[in-house]
Design a binder for this molecule. Structure first.
Ligand code: DGY
Length: 331
């Protein structure tokens, strides 16, 4: 009987997914909470045919050089900014990822942050816990901005952006969007209006970011963009921290160019305890938990496991980020 292929899983994930991988491979799982360092990762993949990674691992040319027998990279995320997909493609290595199973959960968190920032939920929760709620009702305190019937501006209309738009529809919002690709079918189905970025920034009461992090989108929202937003506007980021220039965002929130921000991602991550953003009341931050519901994370883990095993078996991945590797192989 042939020996099972060696695989390395860079963090513990849901047991069901590990069991599935284990049935099909000789699996090693990194046991620690702290992820492996790049050097440790290179050592671990040296004799592996597959690796299951997450956003904390750098999958680059040195790693792929170390894994000389690597036949598949399976990323437990939809975002691939930590993976040099072009390099993997050059080497004919398929890269799996997990779209489709986390869009709704991530949009749920996006909308929760939007609402928390608009209606000051994080700030008022801290105030209550601080023992400051001494008068049952005050006509002039804790006033926030409305959500219903306002304008939601979606930047990047992928699966998560579209889910965000659907949630906005439930609040009778006008929905405008800006995206690399225009989506007439979504415009018709959800009544979305396509606009250019300056129009979106000027007209939206809520600007919600859903673009991948690439060299082009790093600091996509900087001082110039923040200054184009309404003073009453809320910025929501459930994409990647560096899409927003954090120093400019701090100034915008501190000096009142915009009303508030709701962030599930920061730059850097984790956000340091002494980061100036944490001194502000008009920002609510969750620790990159967009996809962290039991069901969605379970589905992500299983999809990543299936991608990994398909790659080991030389089959097309269930969700492949670089399907062109198959064309290269057959030509
Ligand atoms: C993703 O999938 O890219 C998230 O950021 C991690 O779940």
């Amino acid at each position: 009987m042939n020996a099972k292929p060696r695989v390395f899983v860079t963090r513990r994930i849901m047991q069901e997914a590990l069991d599935f991988i284990d049935q099909h491979s000789d699996m090693e799982v990194w046991p620690d909470e702290e992820p492996p360092s790049p050097e440790e990762l290179r050592t671990k993949v040296a004799d592996a045919e597959g690796v299951l990674t997450n956003i904390m691992d750098r999958v680059d040319a040195p790693l792929l050089d170390a894994g000389t027998g690597m036949r598949v990279v399976s990323q437990l995320a939809v975002g691939l900014d930590n993976v040099d997909v072009a390099e993997a493609t050059r080497r004919g290595i398929p890269v799996g990822y997990t779209p489709g199973v986390l869009a709704k959960a991530t949009a749920d968190v996006g909308f929760a942050l939007l609402m928390s920032a608009a209606r000051r939920i994080g700030e008022s929760d801290r105030w209550v816990r601080d023992g400051q709620w001494t008068l049952a009702f005050h006509p002039l305190r804790w006033l926030g901005v409305d959500i219903h019937e306002k304008t939601l501006g979606i930047v990047g209309l992928g699966q998560i952006g579209l889910e965000m738009a659907r949630r906005g529809r439930g609040f009778d919002m006008r929905i405008i969007y800006h995206s690399r690709t225009r989506r007439p079918e979504a415009e018709a189905e959800y009544g979305l209006e396509y606009v250019d970025l300056p129009t979106l920034l000027a007209e939206a009461d809520f600007v919600s970011l859903h673009v991948p992090l690439t060299p082009e989108t790093r600091h996509y929202i900087g001082e110039a963009e923040l200054r184009q937003m309404k003073e009453t506007a809320v910025l929501v980021n459930v994409a990647r921290g560096p899409v927003v220039d954090a120093a400019a965002l701090y100034k915008a929130l501190k000096e009142g160019w915009i009303y508030a921000a709701g962030l599930d991602v920061t730059d850097p991550e984790p956000i340091p305890a002494d980061d100036p953003l944490l001194t502000l009341d008009n920002v609510v931050i969750s620790p990159h938990v967009g996809s962290a519901s039991l069901v969605s994370r379970g589905a992500m883990c299983m999809l990543a496991a299936r991608n990994l095993v398909a790659g080991l078996e030389g089959k097309p991945l269930v969700r492949c980020a670089n399907p062109e590797v198959y064309e290269t192989r057959s030509s």
